[in-house]
Design a protein around this ligand. Structure first.
Ligand SMILES: O=C(O)C(=O)C[C@]1(C(=O)O)C=C[C@@H](O)C=C1
Length: 281
């Protein structure tokens, strides 16, 4: 296992780029997995020391599969995060022209981030969701000449494809936040955040009272996201990120208050807040 990092592969994904960036170029020992679920499983089984998975994008929002896996019994924690700029490219076999393309493959998030571009330039061309951008590139390289992939520049090099169109994402400052999964979260350092999973019974003011526990202790909420509780329509789980480490007194007091109010409170992890995107990222 050593210090291997599992990531959503194959080689050439944005997840791989995030893993290399997080550990520092040349220092990483990476292991690709076919799905986000397999990365969770590898961390839980101890096959890898940590794993990196995408959790939200500035344009398309949450990576729902990651959130849903966080609610499962995987017994892994968030121990870190990193944000990288996402530049999507349209890749084809060398020599293929725009009018020859009859199917475009990519990860659902990548297709969504290029929705307007595709509607404008490839109206009516079938879109095919696959587990990652690099898997899309690999499939194009080994399949029909007239397929195209939305993927990274490094995937073009890895799979011998041309970049027919670069930077096709609809939003220029497109970025994705990735979280680092581990069997334990990070120890206290200044500048941490804590991710929580909270389930409250459907009562007037229930969520307000939970949020008030943070407000009254001057704890800033930096994210709140809901996902279906998969019980009945209108029942939700809340993913809340707060500033502060779970070992800080004010956070512990707030969590004690929330625990008295909510049906479920799970600390997903405390970890250092990612540095802001660099200009030349
Ligand atoms: O498919 C990849 O290359 C990934 O790293 C996954 C992923 C995602 O799930 O959001 C990461 C960044 C991009 O937003 C597109 C896809």
């Amino acid at each position: 296992m050593s210090d291997t990092i599992g990531y959503l592969g194959p080689a050439g994904t944005f997840c791989e780029k995030a893993a290399r960036r997080y550990k520092g170029e040349g220092k990483e020992n990476l292991m690709p997995y076919r799905s986000i679920r397999e990365v969770f499983g590898a961390v839980e089984k101890g096959d890898v020391k940590s794993g990196i998975v995408p959790i939200e994008n500035t344009y398309e929002g949450a990576v729902n599969q990651t959130l849903d896996l966080m609610t499962g019994e995987h017994n892994v924690y968030i121990a870190g995060e990193i944000i990288i700029t996402i530049r999507q490219n349209l890749l084809t076999h060398p020599g293929v022209s725009k009018r020859e393309i009859d199917c475009i493959l990519s990860h659902s998030q990548a297709l969504a981030q290029c929705r307007e571009y595709l509607n404008t330039h490839y109206t009516g061309v079938p879109l095919l969701e696959v587990p990652s951008t690099a898997e899309a590139a690999r499939l194009v390289a080994t399949s029909a000449e007239t397929w195209a992939a939305i993927a990274t520049r490094s995937a073009a090099e890895t799979y011998g494809l041309q970049i027919l169109a670069a930077d096709i994402q609809d939003q220029f400052n497109n970025a994705t936040r990735f979280v680092v999964l581990s069997k334990k979260d990070a120890g206290y350092v200044p500048g941490c955040k804590t991710s929580l999973l909270i389930y409250v019974l459907d009562r007037p003011g229930a969520l307000f009272k939970v949020l008030r526990e943070f407000y009254e202790r001057n704890i800033n909420l930096c994210r709140i996201e809901s996902r279906p509780a998969r019980t009945r329509m209108g029942d939700y789980l809340f993913f809340i990120d707060i500033e502060g480490h779970r070992h800080e007194d004010r956070v512990q007091q707030a969590l004690a208050g929330v625990t008295a109010l909510a049906a479920v409170v799970r600390v997903l992890g405390s970890y250092p807040t990612a540095p802001p995107l660099s200009e030349n990222d």
